[in-house]
Structures are given as C-alpha cells and as structure tokens.
Design a protein around this ligand. Structure first.
Ligand code: ADP
Length: 362
C-alpha cells in the first residue's frame, strides 16, 4: 500500500511547529545536515548504529542519539514512533535511502520527510534517471543498445556494481567481447549480467559534481557548490608510471573515498544554470511535485567545453561534505558559512514561518 500524502500531512499537523527536530541517519552527510540545523536554531536527532556514534558526539551535532543495532532499524515501528514524538522531519541522504530501502520509504515509513520521497527511485533506476535527463534534452553520454555498434571508446557498467567495480573501458566490439569473456572466466559476471550491461560513450573529460538547491518556496534554482571525486583505485593508480600500469595488468575500480572542492571556469556557468533549470522542469513534469531541495548532477566536461551529465542525485549528495563551511558559489549567494545542510534548515524555517511546510514535506 502506497503512503498517502494526507497521512503524512495529518501527522505533520499534530507536530508542535516551535519544537521541530531535524533528524537523519548518522552517515553520509549527517554531520553538516545536523550542524546546519543547529545553526538555524533547530533541535537535532541522529539515528546511529551502535559504535558508529563517535563522530557525532565528538563534533557535538546532535541533541538526541537514537542508537540502533543496525542502520536499517531506522524503519522499525518503535524508532519511527520515537522520531515522531520528537516532531522530527527526516532528511533523506544516500545512506538513508540504501539502509531504509525504497519500498519502505514509499510505502511504510511515516515520519514526515523533507523533499519528494517519490523521486528517490528515479535516481536509483538507470532507465528512470535517463528519462529525467532526456525529457529536457540534457546532454548525457551516448548509449549503445548493442555492443556490435560500438564505434568509439565506451564505458561498460553493470547493474548493482556500486563504486564502479567491474566497470571497464573498450573501444571496439572485439575488445568488449574479449573483456567480457575475461570477466566471465574469472567468475566476476554471469551470462545474465552481460544482457544487462549498460554501454555508454566514454567521456574523456574532467569530473565536476554540481550541487544545486531548488526552493519551491521562491521557485529558484541555486548553485551551492561543486566537488570532484577522489576514487579508489583509479586515482591511486595514476601515480604509477604508465609502463608499470601495463605490467601489473591492473583492473581499476571507481569506489569513491573522498571529495575535492572545485570551481569551474566561469564561462561554463551558463550551462550549469541551464541544466539545473532543465532538470527541475523535467522532474516537475515526470514526478510531481518534482525536485525539492538539494540535488546534484555528476558531470564530465570535455575539451569542447560540453558539460555532460552521467549521473544525478535527487537528494543531498555526498560531495556537499566538501563545503561544510560554504563554497565559493554559496559565498556569492549567501556570504560565508552556508553549507547544504544549513540551506535545508533555512528552507524548513522559512516554510514554518510562512505556514507552507506542506510544500516541502512528503
Ligand atoms: P557508481 O554509481 O557505481 O559510483 P558511476 O556511474 O557514478 O558509478 O561511475 C563511477 C565513475 O566512473 C565516475 O565517477 C567517473 O569517474 C567514471 N565514469 C562514469 N561514467 C563515465 C563515462 N560515461 N565516461 C567516463 N567516465 C565515466
């Protein structure tokens, strides 16, 4: 049974609006979500796996610690009840979605949630994600339906291969075939995985993950910051001379281990705002009420200065940790100290003041 918005709104109606708690799962971006909430005067709560609470205590970001045996217990009825007693608004982030699970979030998790809970599936499933991007003609890597059609360097991705383990690059059908057979013989993939292989143009470019915030309260897309990814083992292996890389017959993975703050050349910002506006428009059409709050476009910029989007997050993205004290872009808009977490709190505060929480909560 899918959750009715009315059910959540009834719960929200009962909340004491002067005593709202901003709550999230203790992982991913929770440090600056909670810190930002405190800066804007909210109470804060963190749901955390026992033994993982140390950073939150050391940085003193939470008023309330709800310790659970495992992160996925956040969906347990007693934990939901506790969160509701605290008048909690949950901020969803990547780890929250992974541990709570999409089905649970869509059907059973009744704690009022910031943002559009129904859009989370659209970033998680490649076909839906693609629809969102194609709807408003956002430039994405060309997709190949058949390996026989490979006519340039491509990246081959497998479903569920989080962190790009087992992704590979090929430049022809023969090379694709050779690498697939090699992976099969190592037992890394089965025949059914080959069917599901996603083949897309390999974009030789620099990585920029662009963090936006869309406020439905004032209908504006804000550029909040940018990061680039520090991925293991690919970013480590480039420290080995090329001839040694060949010698060790190395299979790279793209597991994110950290983020660098980054800025783009200024002339690209027109494209940055344009694609942000487009994604907001297409989300509005395809999954009403659309994007609401933070979102991210993971891009590669090639030497023709095209900003090419290879993935999106329809909620706060981990790269926002690179600007917990503000970014050059949030500085231009807000002055110093505006993290994404604080921006979320500011939005919730504005919605409470205007009596418009229903516009930003699902
Ligand atoms: P995951 O979601 O498993 O982390 P991604 O799709 O984000 O995987 O890809 C992981 C990494 O692979 C990216 O950060 C980027 O470095 C690289 N990558 C992904 N798609 C492309 C592409 N089309 N061209 C070049 N590099 C890519």
């Amino acid at each position: 049974m899918s959750l009715e918005k009315k059910e959540i709104m009834n719960l929200l109606d009962k909340y004491d609006k002067d005593e709202i708690t901003i709550a999230t799962l203790g992982s991913h971006t929770s440090l600056h979500i909670l810190n930002g909430a405190k800066e804007e005067g909210f109470k804060t709560a963190v749901v955390c796996e026992k033994g993982r609470e140390i950073p939150y205590k050391r940085f003193n970001v939470a008023d309330e610690y709800i310790l659970v045996d495992k992160f996925s217990d956040i969906v347990n009825t007693d934990i939901q009840k506790r969160l509701q007693e605290l008048n909690s608004i949950i901020i969803p982030h990547g780890s929250f979605v992974a541990y709570a699970g999409l089905d649970e979030i869509e059907n059973d998790f009744t704690v009022p949630m910031y943002g559009n809970r129904n859009i989370l599936r659209w970033e998680a499933e490649r076909d839906l994600e693609r629809k969102l991007l194609v709807e408003e003609n956002i430039r994405i890597p060309k997709k190949y339906d058949k390996p026989e059609n490979i006519d340039r360097s491509v990246m081959v991705k497998f479903p569920g291969a989080r962190g790009g383990r087992g992704y590979f690059v090929a430049s022809s059908y023969d090379e694709f075939d050779h690498k697939i057979n090699d992976m099969k013989s190592r037992g890394w993939i089965e025949d059914e995985d080959i069917e599901k292989a996603h083949i897309e143009e390999y974009v030789a470019g620099c990585n920029y993950c662009i963090h936006y915030f869309y406020s439905p309260l004032n209908d504006e897309v804000e550029l909040m910051g940018m990061d680039s990814r520090y991925e293991s083992s690919i970013d480590g292996v480039v420290r080995i001379p090329a001839k040694d890389q060949l010698d060790i017959n190395f299979e790279p993975s793209y597991l994110i281990t950290g983020n660098h703050p980054v800025v783009m050349r200024e002339s690209l910002l027109t494209q940055v705002f344009e694609i942000g506006d487009r994604l907001v428009r297409s989300a509005n059409k395809l999954v009403a009420p659309g994007l609401n709050g933070p979102f991210c476009m993971q891009t590669l910029v090639n030497d023709e200065l095209e900003v090419i989007v290879f993935e999106i997050s329809a909620r706060i993205d981990g790269g926002t940790n690179s600007f917990m004290d503000g970014s050059p872009y949030s500085y231009l808009r807000y002055g110093s100290g505006m993290s994404m977490g604080r921006r979320i709190a500011l939005e919730i505060k504005a919605a409470i003041e205007k009596g418009e929480l229903n516009k930003i909560i699902t």
